[in-house]
Design a protein around this ligand. Sequence first.
Ligand code: NAD
Ligand code: UDP
Ligand code: UDP
Length: 312
Amino acid sequence: MSNKRILVTGGAGFIGSHLCETLLEQDNEVICLDNFFSGRKENINHLRSNLRFEIIRHDVTEPILLEVDQIYNFACPASPGFYQYNPVKTVKTSILGALNMLGLAKRVKARILQASTSEVYGDPKVHPQKEDYWGHVNCIGVRSCYDEGKRVAETLMYDYRKQNNVDTKIIRIFNTYGDRMLPNDGRVVSNFIVQALQGHDITVYGDGAQTRSFCFVDDLVAGIIKMMNKDDFTGPVNLGNPGEFTILELAEKVIKLTNSNSKIINKPLPQDDPMQRKPDISLAKEKLGWEPKIDLEEGLKRTIKYFKGVIN
Ligand code: NAD
Ligand code: UDP
Ligand code: UDP
């Protein structure tokens, strides 16, 4: 498992930077490729002095020649605010990015792991979600650029494997949170924590009855690396924490853990906001021996500590 040359696209992002860090700790050479759209140099600054670490400013929608053993394809904005800013670009990033990385994997015979998402299940009518569920996705809505882009990326993984024998793997990541999320990221955990710490109103969209399942980033990274290094299992496999909470419950927990005086206010529910989401992780348990260890309360405490250090 050690001493590989590994490419992490989106390596300056929230999850990508944790992945780069852990792969370096495991004695690998790591190339972090990023266009810094929703990632930042601060996330990887502490890795720069390591001679096994390289950073390339590059956009995955353009071809690139590199020689690597493994590719983690994580380049893609993940927060609705970021991926809806330029939706056409989001589609290009998912599809052309996957295509270029698959072309690279084919040329150098690298193994490639695609960061897919629970969004491929859309607003799911099956609960909890298992990998064999095809999903309930709107192809012409505000979330479609992300959801459909990710679905086509999965299709490309499948077809490059079938047509070109590329060693592909797919993980479907459910809502993940933790340190290095941007304070203005827009996703619910960072929004609520920053609002609570700054004494601002906590913005619950809709009535807050919609549910999500939140996985702490350290747990996720362990699962991602296990999947990459597991032979004879291509996925897709769900990676997430099956603990399910309403958004209102999350808001109340954050207020309690931050000792905040913030009030909860309601804002309109965005279009196509999924009403429920919870991973069935029995496949990950069976094939990878993986399950999350950090519960929501513990993960929130760690994330709150991080945000206390970065916001005024
Ligand atoms: P993030 O926005 O912090 O990271 C994405 C990284 O990709 C950023 O550093 C960004 O600058 C980079 N990037 C974006 N477009 C690019 C392009 N065209 N070329 C090169 N780099 C580009 O988000 P994240 O939460 O770390 O998500 C990482 C991956 O995991 C994404 O592919 C996302 O879809 C997937 N994912 C994340 C979650 C989650 O809850 N965090 C859930 C499901 C899937
Ligand atoms: N590609 C790349 N790096 C490589 C090999 C390919 O970026 O090392 C790109 C290539 O430019 C193309 C894509 O990956 O846009 C798909 O490559 P493939 O060889 O599968 O298809 P083709 O080039 O034949 O269309
Ligand atoms: N949400 C919220 N307030 C916020 C940000 C998000 O109530 O300030 C809600 C959002 O409507 C959704 C849930 O929290 O129902 C998770 O949103 P996020 O953007 O984090 O992830 P996703 O919807 O992509 O799962």
